[in-house]
Design a protein around this ligand. Structure first.
Ligand SMILES: C[S@@+](CC[C@H](N)C(=O)[O-])C[C@H]1O[C@@H](n2cnc3c(N)ncnc32)[C@H](O)[C@@H]1O
Length: 213
């Protein structure tokens, strides 16, 4: 049943992509590997988060958010700033009959202002550097909640800077695993909210990405 839903989502994505650009992946084989299998590599990390609401920030076509919503059963919010993508996601949710998923059309920073501390798990794939993800996720998370970052190869410089920013925004690296994914690799890093941020978050909308900490 779950696998059927995962496949149905992928076929809806491939179909929608013919008229609106929501992903650069267009073949079934690539989609099964680089969207479905890849998304599920973070399932253990998600299951390690405290019970509660989960958000996939910068979800695009719903990866990894929709496969993780299907497999975990968590209450899931799919967040994207592009209204057209969110409209397509709403169609996916209704076609798939997902009772536990909903969408937010807007910027992550605005969600952070509207629903501070309301999530126990956040995922982000192909969105930003880790330091930026930490800044965006911290205000959304309750203490003990986790940000799960899907990365490929990560330069030491990015990790070092993430460590500095994590301290500023009250987060700490708690898990770091690397998986094989076809010819590529996927590294999944989880950061836990351990303290109040040392600065007021979210900063003005756009600053996290335009003027990173
Ligand atoms: C490269 S896509 C990745 C999509 C998906 N996570 C994946 O891995 O296939 C990044 C997505 O993040 C969204 N995005 C970027 N910045 C955002 C922000 N500040 N708030 C909400 N969505 C954002 C974009 O609209 C885009 O759909």
């Amino acid at each position: 049943m779950h696998d059927e839903l995962l496949e149905k989502h992928l076929s809806l994505v491939i179909e929608a992509n013919k008229t609106t650009n929501i992903t650069r992946i267009s073949s079934w084989e690539d989609g099964m590997l680089l969207h479905v299998k890849d998304s599920l590599l973070g399932l253990d990390a998600l299951n390690a988060c405290p019970a509660g609401r989960y958000a996939d920030i910068g979800t695009g076509a719903g990866y990894p958010g929709i496969p993780l919503a299907i497999k975990s059963g968590r209450e899931t919010l799919l967040v994207d700033s592009v209204a057209k993508k969110v409209q397509i996601l709403d169609g996916f949710i209704s076609e798939l009959g997902l009772q536990n998923a909903s969408t937010y059309a807007g910027r992550i920073e605005d969600l952070g202002r509207e629903r501070p501390g309301q999530f126990t798990a956040i995922t982000a794939r192909a969105l930003s550097k880790i330091s930026i993800l930490l800044e965006l996720a911290s205000p959304l998370l309750q203490r003990g909640g986790r940000l799960i970052c899907y990365k490929a190869r990560v330069e030491q410089e990015e990790l070092d800077h993430a460590r500095v920013v994590a301290k500023q925004v009250g987060m700490e690296l708690v898990d770091d695993k690397t998986f094989e994914l076809g010819e590529n690799c996927r590294r999944i890093l989880s950061y836990e909210k351990v303290a109040k941020p040392k600065l007021k978050l979210p900063r003005r909308t756009g600053l996290a990405q335009k003027k990173p900490l």
